[in-house]
Design a protein around this ligand. Structure first.
Ligand code: MLT
Length: 325
């Protein structure tokens, strides 16, 4: 048979495959976004802000589920072990997708078992305290912590979480021993800070800013070189008396390794569309979240950034002896 004859036969054979045997376009059902911390906290809030514009773009619901515990590693592990079909995704940040690999004996590999989808953006942290704490600025807070050391309670989202690591850096800078109180996320920790059951936190700006603005807690300084456009009245740690305590929490979305490339591209397009949506951008900006550029929203950019952050932070965290067994 001629080459043309063979090609015609192949085309006929393809046309004979029943429509039901062709893979249907992704997604055909709801997509689950696993938040590794408690509801009401910063990751949960970002996930819920993104879920609605992502639903519009995907044409299917994006359901946020909270799987908490072990500094977020239970939630990330759930996604790392999920079927790689694009229906179970992980949203997290610097501590869940970088730090946890240095402090926990994880039963998954942050780089080998997850496929990057998109980087979202990030926010700095802010030193905050319960409203009744008698300090008017960071220097007075540091003096109070030194005077009251051994009885200062600092809220965290569990061992290895960003609030825990930032709290340890604060402790080391101040030179005072603090007691870290673990919660399933900084959503519930914030309730206890407002209620005065804990004394202070070094918390993500997005979680604390609404409460500082509402006068429910006190805010002292931002852990960045520059003031935040969302809170220009709050000084930086450099200005306020603890120079160099710089920590930025960046967010991303991941799928299980082995998720088909076209599904990753579809999910990336949904995140990119969400981050281009005006009302979504406004909601995130009001919380102090600064979004990354369009180029940095690419899966490859997230993968490269995560790898670089692992190479930077694991030696620092291991040298600091921060470990959870
Ligand atoms: C949370 O969502 O509770 C936080 O991201 C945890 C943290 O910042 O430590």
């Amino acid at each position: 048979m001629t080459r043309i004859g063979l090609a015609a036969l192949a085309a006929l054979a393809l046309a004979a495959v029943p429509a039901s045997a062709q893979p249907l376009p992704f997604p055909q059902r709801a997509v689950t976004l696993v938040v590794p911390f408690a509801a009401g906290g910063p990751v949960d809030v970002v996930a819920r802000i993104l879920a609605e514009p992502m639903r519009k773009s995907l044409g299917q619901a994006v359901v946020v589920e909270n799987t908490t515990g072990a500094g977020g590693s239970l939630g990330v592990g759930r996604v790392a072990r999920a079927t790689p079909d694009g229906y179970t995704l992980s949203i997290g940040h610097w501590s869940t997708h970088v730090v946890n690999g240095a402090v926990y004996p994880l039963n998954y590999d942050l780089l080998k078992d997850l496929e990057p989808i998109a980087m979202v953006g990030g926010n700095p942290m802010i030193v905050v305290s319960k409203p009744a704490l008698p300090a008017a600025n960071l220097k007075e807070l540091v003096a109070w912590v030194k005077t009251n050391q051994d009885k200062v309670n600092v809220g965290t989202a569990g061992a290895g979480s960003s609030t825990h690591i930032a709290g340890i850096y604060f402790q080391n800078e101040v030179g005072a021993k603090l007691a870290f109180i673990p919660y399933k996320g900084t959503g519930p920790a914030m309730q206890d800070l407002i209620g005065g059951q804990i004394d202070m936190m070094v918390d993500q700006l997005s979680n604390s800013l609404p409460q500082v603005r509402g006068g429910k807690i006190k805010g002292y300084a931002i852990t960045a070189k520059e003031r935040s456009p969302a809170a220009p009245e709050v000084p930086t740690v450099d200005e306020a008396g603890l120079p160099g305590l710089h920590i930025a929490i960046w967010y991303g979305l991941w799928a299980p390794k082995g998720t088909p490339k076209d599904v990753i591209a579809r999910l990336n397009a949904a995140v990119v569309a969400a981050l281009a949506d005006g009302p979504t951008r406004e909601k995130l900006a009001a919380l102090g979240m600064e979004l990354v550029s369009r180029e940095r929203q690419a899966p490859e950019a997230l993968g490269a950034h995560q790898k670089a952050e692992i190479e930077k932070w694991w030696p620092i965290i291991k040298a600091a002896g921060i470990k959870v067994n």
